[in-house]
Design a protein around this ligand. Structure first.
Ligand code: ADP
Ligand code: MG
Length: 665
């Protein structure tokens, strides 16, 4: 049984919800930090300006009236007495609260005040009255089925249980920055006292996150110096001969990458290079040239893709580009029958295969390479630090090349990828048509449908993205299942509509993707599972519903699914909100610029995509806002790593957690 069950008010159902937030233990619970703090203090209405966020408590004066616009959209109104003023209150989509609200009910409302009409449009409504003194209230990220307030209550109960916490920050650093104790900081962050103590607690916990992260990065960097790699003897002529027979000329940036890679491979140091470049900028060919050079110098290569679909695509590309060479390429997939798989594993071990393509299964325990010399990981941000080290045990000091289509600004790249060399591909291959991006409000859906219709008439295909799989009460966003029905009704007569989402089995997903690739499906309604690297050149339109819900970098990734063929491609963003932020998308298709903008507008939260590897997921810290803290953490962690005390094992818990997270289980 889960230890969470011992906390007051937590039953099996709640445990399931908490698990979805990655909370499994009491320690997880108390270290589930709030992301924001609200100050609960009664607003003085006389001083409130129009549209100010106000907080009031008072008594309901009449039976609230509810009006339904649609199944999900409703509005409730009532009169409200604060003791000094009578106001009218409107709140949207809270009809489910009505049974608790009557004449005389005491409630707290948070919302916007309109003095002219003496009205408040509330965004939040709670039963009860405000405490006499202002209080600071932590706000938590939550999921369906639990509110921030409910979670807060559970965390407060958890704090009363027995829990252990390890201090990782060496005393010498804690002293340098006058940090409070970790236990005290955790208590403070969930139960804020005053601004100053809260601030100290937040600072410490942010520092801790960034420090541990930088410890890992610097650990990799430090250990890299000692690695003895393969010194190859690849000549310029060898490179040129292969490049010359490719179906196109390399762009200047691609050529520069190839030159750097040749240099890295010839050097006795292990190569660890990250290639950043937009979707479609031509990273794959750089990877393939590297695999060729690796083959020429007598080693096996492994090409690791984030999904099986992508692995298959890379496999096909290589079969094509290597057809005139004696290079044996194999695809290792999860679908293979045991016999087939074993036969392939034997070939890999016997060096009868030169290049293997697959997902992270390429490094499963039962895969042995005879002479692995180069590992390529596509969409690097999907793989954590741990996988990076895991590669090492499979070959002796293999060279590694990472490909990433989520470029990040240079200053951050140098810090975060401190253990790697970074190359950027800015220039796009010649002759590429810019994708036309347009922003529409939901009420213009007819125009959008017409545009989709037009693409289908021209025998092209369309992606449609929604954020949710199915209807949920708490959200007013479009979902895949309903959109599929709607599109079938609107366009089902002239084309086939398919859907793709994370709750489908991988066989189902693969089969839908294959139908789309074969143009048996023309409109594909999907969640962001299609985000990574899919290549269907006949798809010319990307339609994204509720696009305000995405970071710009993520929208950019999605948009990159189209514009891969000869025809003009389009991206349509639907949103009733945040049009200013989204308009950046209509102005540029340069991923580096978009990433800078994203960073400027929203901080680092979205920078690496929402499903990035766990290593860069910070609870409290924000790489942009807290960059100065990161820089301290960077220097401090290097100093600690290089210290005699660290070598002597004095920083035991710290050393243990770092080395454990880098180890190969
Ligand atoms: P990425 O992996 O960076 O998303 P790809 O390597 O898949 O991009 O390249 C996208 C498309 O552009 C592929 O069809 C590829 O063959 C083509 N391509 C790559 N480099 C060039 C080039 N220099 N000139 C013309 N086409 C290119
Ligand atoms: Mg790619």
């Amino acid at each position: 049984m889960s230890e969470l069950a011992s906390i007051k008010g937590i039953g099996p159902k709640t445990i399931q919800i908490l698990n979805r937030l990655n909370i499994y233990t009491i320690e997880d619970m108390v270290t589930y930090y709030p992301y924001r703090f609200d100050v609960l203090a009664r607003t003085n209405l006389k001083e409130a300006y129009p549209d100010e966020r106000i907080i009031l408590d008072g008594i309901i004066q009449n039976e609230p009236l509810v009006y339904f616009f649609s199944k999900k959209m409703n509005k409730m109104t009532f009169r409200f007495d604060t003791g000094s003023t009578l106001l009218s209150v409107t709140i949207f989509n809270r009809a489910f609260l009505k049974s608790n609200l009557h004449v005389g009910t005491k409630v707290i409302i948070i919302g916007k005040y309109n003095p002219k009409q003496n009205m408040v449009v509330a965004s939040e409504l709670r039963l009860g009255m405000l405490p006499p003194n202002p209080t600071i209230e932590p706000v938590y990220h939550v999921t369906n089925g639990i509110s921030s307030a409910q979670l807060h209550k559970m965390i407060l109960s958890a704090l009363d249980e027995n829990w252990e916490i390890t201090e990782y920050i060496p005393k010498i650093l804690a002293g340098k920055y006058h940090f409070p104790e970790k236990r005290a900081s955790i208590l403070e962050i969930h139960r804020p006292g005053n601004n100053q103590t809260l601030h100290q607690a937040i600072n410490y916990l942010k520092y801790e996150e960034l420090f541990l992260f930088m410890m890992k990065m610097n650990y990799l960097k430090k250990n890299r110096v000692w690695e003895n790699g393969i010194s190859r003897k690849i000549t310029k002529e060898q490179v040129d001969a292969f490049v010359a027979q490719l179906p196109f000329e390399l762009t200047s940036d691609q050529r520069e990458c190839v030159d750097k890679i040749q240099e890295d491979m010839n050097s006795p140091r292990v190569m660890k290079r990250l290639i950043q470049g937009d979707v479609g900028s031509g990273k794959t060919i750089v990877a393939i040239i590297s695999l060729y050079l690796n083959f020429q110098s007598g080693y096996q290569g492994a090409f690791m893709a984030p999904t099986e679909i992508l692995a298959e695509q890379h496999y096909q590309t290589m079969l094509r580009l290597f057809q005139n060479f004696p290079i044996k390429v194999a695809l290792l997939t999860g679908k293979m029958k045991k016999k087939e798989r074993n036969a392939l594993l034997k070939k890999i071990a016997d060096n009868e295969v030169d290049i293997v393509v697959g997902t992270h299964s390429l490094f499963s325990e039962d895969v042995y390479y005879d002479s692995l010399g180069l590992v390529i990981t596509d969409e690097q941000h999907r793989f954590g630090v741990r996988q990076r080290t895991k590669l090492k045990e499979k070959g002796i000091s293999t060279d590694v090349l990472y490909l990433s289509a989520t470029p990040i600004p240079r200053t951050y790249a140098i810090t975060i990828y401190g253990d790697m060399d970074v190359s950027n591909i800015h220039v796009k291959p010649k002759g590429r048509k810019e994708i036309i991006t347009e922003l529409y409000k939901n009420k213009d859906i007819k125009i959008v449908l017409e545009k989709i219709h037009e693409q289908v008439r021209q025998k092209h295909q369309v992606y449609v993205i929604a954020t949710q799989i199915e209807d949920s009460d708490s959200d007013e966003v479009e979902n895949v299942k309903e959109l599929k029905e709607k599109f079938e009704r609107a366009l089902g007569k002239i084309c086939k509509v398919g859907m793709l989402h994370g709750k489908m089995s991988s066989e189902e997903k693969d089969s839908v993707m294959q139908s789309f690739e074969k143009n048996e499906i023309q409109i594909l309604i999907s969640t962001t599972v299609i985000e990574v690297g899919i290549d269907v050149p006949n798809a010319t339109m990307m339609v994204i519903f509720d696009s305000y819900r995405f970071g710009l970098s993520q929208l950019h990734q999605l948009r990159g699914r189209v514009g891969r063929g000869e025809s003009q491609s389009f991206c349509i963003l639907l949103s009733d909100r945040e049009s200013e932020r989204l308009s950046v998308m209509t102005k540029t298709t340069d991923g580096f610029k978009i990433s800078e903008e994203d960073f400027r507008l929203r901080g680092s939260g979205d920078l690496f995509g929402t499903r990035q590897s766990g290593d860069m997921k910070f609870h409290l810290a924000d790489l942009k806002k807290d960059f100065p803290i990161l820089l301290h953490a960077k220097d401090d962690s290097m100093e600690i790593l290089n210290s005699q005390e660290y070598a002597d094992g004095k920083y035991f818990p710290l050393r243990e957690i770092i080395e454990k997270s880098m180890s190969l289980d």
